[in-house]
Design a protein around this ligand. Structure first.
Ligand code: MN
Length: 409
């Protein structure tokens, strides 16, 4: 691992290998920022120091309210910007002034992208099997289409919020006990441990993206919590799928980790049987070895309970297949689109990525350190997602993706 003239804590997510991108509010203005150790890096201030000379990026692009205009420059710009940061903090001498570095606790991180469209997939075989077993038939847990396509639905972009935003418990209709439906605040509020990828290159309506072209269109990844009200969801979802049980809020982490930073962590995907159709076939390693964790921080003494340890490599359908499927009918994609993986569960019960699965629909409550129990998420709980990669001495992390649940209005 490269050294830097900046002091970097050993256990940081923001190593010399990472250099993710985000939007930070500095002195009341939003800027494109990166991060190293405990410091946020103001890229527009580095621009003034001529660090990006020779890269055709405008200063105004680095002072935008969202990353979209930066990402839209394409990888021929964004990749050299990240490489220049590695060089500047690594092999270059320490500059006289370091005004471009701001302690991370002094920067308010904003939603990194203006989310243009949002799709949520359902691509973990273990998750789909668990849900199918609980709600339908243990002997036919997967519906007939599941092994042939990355199933997904179009979600709501307007209610995607950045980590740190409080989440209001939703109200809605719930399944009738007798004749008429119940109405009230959700009693079965849940998280879904997911990762999302951000599109960095648009297509025209009518065009398709092949699995081999897909990575050109993916800028990077972040952590994503698809908050879900199971009681609202289970009453509404037939026949058209998730709606008000999902769109009250979803939480995105503030740092987008680039595909280039994730390169060392590529790994083989699970074997797909039956064989997939031609447009879903792919070559090479398309999954990523990313350790994922979910913590529930209980309100009283703020104890951290790690309730799930999973890994992004468990995904049955990879991102390239998801993007190929999304566009196979000619559906266009746009810079700023967000594609979420679906809940990431592994084989072990401790790797299940939702309370629905962890508590097996409430039949196996989880014990918290403060002595309380959880079947689902209670008011005052903070749900925190974390993600980390390590290979030899190369490591990085995704920061945190968290939200505190407030009582219904
Ligand atoms: Mn989901």
């Amino acid at each position: 691992m490269m050294n830097s003239w900046l002091d970097i804590p050993n256990d940081t997510d923001f190593t010399m290998h990472n250099f993710p991108f985000g939007i930070g509010e500095i002195d009341g203005n939003r800027h494109v920022v990166s991060r190293l150790g405990n410091y946020v890096i103001n890229l527009s201030a580095l621009y003034d120091l001529e660090v990006f000379n020779g890269i055709t990026v405008e200063k105004s692009t680095l002072s935008s309210a969202f990353l979209n205009s930066f990402i839209e420059q394409g990888k021929s710009i964004t990749v050299p910007v990240r490489e220049r940061l590695i060089e500047f903090f690594g092999s270059s001498p320490k500059p006289d002034s370091t005004d471009f570095l701001i302690p991370e606790d002094q920067v308010h991180m904003k939603l990194p992208i203006k989310v243009t469209d949002y799709t949520d997939f359902y691509s973990s075989r273990e998750h789909a099997t668990n849900v199918g077993t609980m709600f339908r038939d243990p002997n036919n847990a997967l519906l007939p289409n599941w092994l042939h396509m990355p199933v997904g639905y179009h979600g709501r972009a307007s209610s995607i919020v950045v980590s740190g935003t409080d989440i209001r418990r939703p109200k809605g209709q719930q399944k009738p006990v007798e004749n008429s439906p119940l109405f009230g605040s959700s009693k079965l509020l849940d998280f879904e441990l997911e990762m999302g990828f951000v599109v960095g290159k648009s297509t025209d309506l009518g065009d398709s993206v092949s699995t081999s072209e897909a990575e050109d269109h993916i800028f990077g990844l972040a952590l994503f919590n698809d908050w879900s009200a199971r009681d609202i969801q289970s009453w509404e979802y037939v026949p058209l799928g998730p709606f008000l049980g999902k769109n009250f809020a979803s939480t995105l982490s503030p740092w987008i980790v680039t595909l280039e930073a994730l390169e060392p962590f590529r790994i083989e995907s699970p074997e797909q049987d039956p064989e997939v159709l031609d447009y879903l076939k792919y070559d090479g390693k398309k999954n990523y070895d990313i350790d994922l964790f979910v913590d529930i921080i209980t309100p009283e003494h703020h104890e951290v309970n790690t309730v799930c340890s999973s890994n992004f490599q468990y995904m049955y359908w990879n991102m390239c297949q998801q993007l190929a499927h999304q566009t196979v009918n000619g559906c266009n994609i746009t810079v700023g689109d967000l594609y979420a993986s679906g809940t990431i569960s592994g084989k072990e019960p401790s790797s299940y990525g939702s309370m629905l699965e962890l508590s097996w629909r409430g039949s196996k409550p989880l014990k918290m350190k403060d002595g309380s129990q959880r079947k689902f998420i209670k008011d005052g709980d903070v749900v925190r997602l974390r993600g980390r990669c390590q290979k030899g001495d190369v490591s990085l992390g995704f920061g945190i993706c968290e939200g505190k649940v407030l009582p219904a209005k």
